[in-house]
Design a protein around this ligand. Sequence first.
Ligand SMILES: Cc1cc2nc3c(=O)[nH]c(=O)nc-3n(C[C@H](O)[C@H](O)[C@H](O)COP(=O)(O)OP(=O)(O)OC[C@H]3O[C@@H](n4cnc5c(N)ncnc54)[C@H](O)[C@@H]3O)c2cc1C
Length: 99
Amino acid sequence: MPGSIRRYLLEALEHLDVEVHTLAEVVDASDGSVIAMMDGQQRQFTAGSVVVAIGRVPNAGLADELEQAGFRVQVVGDAVEPRHMQAAVYEAAEAARIM
Ligand SMILES: Cc1cc2nc3c(=O)[nH]c(=O)nc-3n(C[C@H](O)[C@H](O)[C@H](O)COP(=O)(O)OP(=O)(O)OC[C@H]3O[C@@H](n4cnc5c(N)ncnc54)[C@H](O)[C@@H]3O)c2cc1C
């Protein structure tokens, strides 16, 4: 995430009195609560909503398999690196043009 957007979001969270807990691993979420491991101990939090924002990583497994099977592979879009729609459309159009 670009630094300016990150800074803006952190300031907005602070302004809204949102508690931020880093290095916490969510182990369970049920109706109205979330349980997280923090410093080796389970802690329970009351939660109205749970938003999953754990980031995204590309999965090149299929491309690797196809390359090993002898296919010429052009990886595009989020499979290169999760970004935005424009990058995926541009790279797909470029790959189609080269084909
Ligand atoms: C919650 C969220 C919100 C977003 N909001 C925005 C936004 O507002 N603006 C913006 O520009 N971008 C946004 N993005 C990013 C954008 O969605 C992606 O960058 C874009 O969709 C990437 O396109 P893609 O074709 O590379 O991948 P995808 O859109 O993920 O398409 C890949 C396709 O391949 C299929 N597939 C996977 N494996 C296989 C397989 N083995 N065999 C056959 N098919 C397979 C998948 O089912 C999927 O349909 C958002 C992403 C998320 C997750």
